[in-house]
Design a protein around this ligand. Structure first.
Ligand code: ZN
Length: 212
């Protein structure tokens, strides 16, 4: 089988995302670019993740052209490939329909970190609703993302990226946690994000690999 390594990584990550409750049913999708190439493994469209096999993972080019695998690639391919084309530092993308991220996206404001580990993923800006699977959404996601790690998409969910699939999964996990924390704190009327200076200090520590 061609591209076994990235196919295995996609399958492992999607099963982990299902176990963590980040992805349900066939919603959400994950893409991983070859470490030294331009081919991309991505979850296929409409196949139940729990029973998916390594060979079921679709292989596409950076432009989203389907080149291998029995099932067509995710209908949300354009936003994954748009990020991978725009960001040479990114090798993996994770998209979820997380409930708290979706709720917080409706607020139309930046999602702010409330704990030190969440700082790594700030700033998190929001893209207005645009039809899924379109080039228009892909462009808006890339433009809003800039050099950040995460964007929220209104009435849809989140799009995360990272140097590795581990980094992209951490972004998805912490963003959902960030959204959940902010949601409950706002309900209680006690929402208090980390001071921006502390966020910058945490980001410097994380970049220097000195965060505890
Ligand atoms: Zn989606």
């Amino acid at each position: 089988m061609k591209y076994r390594e990235i196919r295995e990584q996609v399958l492992e990550a999607i099963l982990e995302a299902v176990d963590l409750g980040l992805i349900k049913g066939t919603s959400g999708n994950i893409a991983i670019r070859e470490p030294d190439g331009d081919m991309v493994a991505i979850t296929p469209s409409g196949v139940a993740y729990k029973t998916m096999k390594v060979e079921d993972i679709a292989i596409i080019t950076l432009n989203g052209e389907w080149v291998d695998g029995p099932f067509k690639p995710s209908s949300e391919t354009p936003m994954h490939t748009a990020i991978l084309r725009a960001r040479s530092d990114v090798r993996a993308t994770v998209h979820t329909h997380g409930i708290f991220a979706t709720v917080m996206a409706m607020l139309d404001e930046e999602l702010k970190p409330t704990t030190p580990p969440q700082s790594e993923f700030a700033p998190i800006r929001t893209v207005p609703f645009i039809m899924p699977g379109t080039e228009d959404l892909a462009k808006a996601v890339v433009d809003t993302l800039g050099d950040a790690r995460v964007v929220l998409m209104q009435n849809h969910g989140m799009m995360c990226c990272g140097k590795t699939i581990k980094d992209a999964m951490a972004a998805a996990t912490y963003t959902e946690e960030m959204a959940q924390t902010a949601y409950y704190a706002k309900l209680l009327g006690c929402f208090k994000p980390l001071p921006e200076e502390s966020v910058r200090q945490m980001q410097a520590l994380i970049a220097a690999d000195k965060a505890v």
